[in-house]
Design a protein around this ligand. Sequence first.
Ligand SMILES: Cc1cc2nc3c(=O)[nH]c(=O)nc-3n(C[C@H](O)[C@H](O)[C@H](O)COP(=O)(O)OP(=O)(O)OC[C@H]3O[C@@H](n4cnc5c(N)ncnc54)[C@H](O)[C@@H]3O)c2cc1C
Length: 454
Amino acid sequence: MFGNILRGSLQISSCGFLFKTLERGMMYDLVIIGSGFAGLAALKKAVAMGLATCLVYRDFGATQHFSGAFDVADPRLNNACIMPHEFPLIHAALDDFIRAHPGHLYSRIFSQKNITTGDLVGEMRGFFDFYGIPVVSDQHMVTVFGSTGAFKPTGFALKTQGLTVSDISRHQKAVFIHFPLIKDYHPQGIKAGLSKVFKEVRVVAAAGVPFNKATSLTVLLRYFDDAAHGLAGFRDFLKNTVQAGEIVFIPPVLGVKNTFTIHAELEKTLNTRVVEMLSGLPSSAGLRLEQIINRFFVTQFKESEKIKILKATVAGFTADGGKVLSVKTVSTHGTVDEVEGRSFILATGKYLGGGIAKDPCFKETVFNLPLFCDGRALNPNLPTTELISKDPLQRQLLFDVGVGTGPHSSPPAHYSQASVYENLKACGAVLSGAGCLSDGGGFGLGVLSALNAH
Ligand SMILES: Cc1cc2nc3c(=O)[nH]c(=O)nc-3n(C[C@H](O)[C@H](O)[C@H](O)COP(=O)(O)OP(=O)(O)OC[C@H]3O[C@@H](n4cnc5c(N)ncnc54)[C@H](O)[C@@H]3O)c2cc1C
């Protein structure tokens, strides 16, 4: 057992929320480690199953850097030239992807699990309803635009950031509002990108918000967050600028606190769609998601007897033979706790999330599980550099490294052998084969693998 562990202590999260103390000797049905897409999907399922659950998380992992697009599968992997008005039904895109990539993690999970791609789409919609995340949602994939102006298909997008097939079909004109000091959204590239989708594209310099040499994206986000400024200046500028029939594109500047209210007010005033381009870093979309989830944790679970949300790092565990008994958690204030559970789900992400370390060799950071890459066990002494290709067009094997899984997401000791711990499962980007950005399935794979882990 751990030395010096306080149990039943007060937990104050670093975001300022006070959660109930851990009960002395409380045994949870399930302990989930991680609150990215995968951990959150696992938590939703646990709540539906009525399980006494403790979710432990350090931060929001790679999920807090997401662009605003909830990626499911990229139909361009089968059809490179597909245009936004031709984007397929979401479940059909998944069906096509699985047929074309039989070895992919998606295909492997679907072949084990008795659910259809339509069921998964339903689960994803349920995820947004459960957490109260406002999204652009359609039967078909939605269109989002990157900072270069290039469009891409995605499953769902934050409400301010996507267009449906119907939005695209009804509009032929677009105007991009250029904020001169936000360098990542270059007007010429964006004009060229939008011109692939719209017949007429204008670029107009923004006004109605104060600019000086120090105006960065962060400054603008704060400006729109500060209710004292009001929205009047920018709204009036748009009212005088936007022409009939134009969709309005802007960088993702509309604050992080009241974004969806501001956005709705702009769309109502202008009577057209207002679309933010996808977020880069720092990710305004990620900050917005974080706000929504933190609020959800407090309003839904602060008083809950069954669900405990613990902002802390898992820094050790106890096990008895083939079973994990508990994890040791350390809060940002240094409070140490022990969380006991009957079963555990590892949803710790990959390099950004912290689930896999890569310096100087690869390592699973919580349970020291064996790692796999491209279907094979990974030599624990292999230098990280061996899996990085200098050719940017080559597949980067580094992103395939992760925990291997047997049926139902149990990490095997070696491929196709018994599980390391019988009550430990894994989901999301920590899995080998969850290829990060390369397969365009970040969110969808997180939700599917979380279902599989239950
Ligand atoms: C830069 C970037 C941008 C991306 N953009 C998109 C996008 O726009 N759309 C999309 O669909 N996908 C995107 N992806 C892919 C997507 O972000 C990932 O697939 C997804 O976030 C993985 O979710 P996850 O829950 O598995 O892991 P993560 O989101 O990384 O979450 C890991 C969780 O585990 C916690 N954790 C880790 N170790 C510990 C520990 N020891 N103790 C306690 N907690 C711990 C972390 O704090 C975090 O809560 C992006 C990926 C990257 C790297």
